[in-house]
Write a protein that binds this ligand. Sequence first.
Ligand code: SF4
Length: 177
Amino acid sequence: KEFGEISLKDIDQIARTSFPLCMRHLFEKLREEHHLKHGGRMQLGLFLKGVGLKLDDALAFWKAEFAQKVGAERFDKEYAYNDYTPYSCQKIISSTPGVGDHHGCPYRHFSEENLRAALARMGVSSRTMEDVLDKVRNRHYQLACTLTFEAVHGSPCDTGINHPNQYFIDSQKILQS
Ligand code: SF4
């Protein structure tokens, strides 16, 4: 099976298994609050395009989520992201989310308490969690993400994580093999 495209009906399940924590967090917040501020819409929207969510499906997805808060017309204008490429880890890590923002890299921007809770929900064992937090304390955020990837997939990631879309592709390769 090709992993080049994902469809809307699979997206919740795929978010749980193959999204890196930064995108999983945005995705869950969007589902919960039916809204994301601009930084979050950009970070998640470009990622979803990059993972191959078909444009029609992407539009349907965003419209369904946003319909309660903003009109479809305004939404259409905002979804003019065509010329942008999905953000790399470096760009996400160096972003500066403000109050009420959900974008950024959780390894960098979450409190330790929130990070622990998020990792536990991903099924990371307490032993691995200490290794992850150790990387975080040393500001090796991408290594922390790589350790998480390896723990939840039970499989090595030799190149390390440097892009959320790479995380997704590597994950799908493992899960579909
Ligand atoms: Fe996302 Fe990269 Fe941070 Fe992992 S290291 S959570 S992929 S920004």
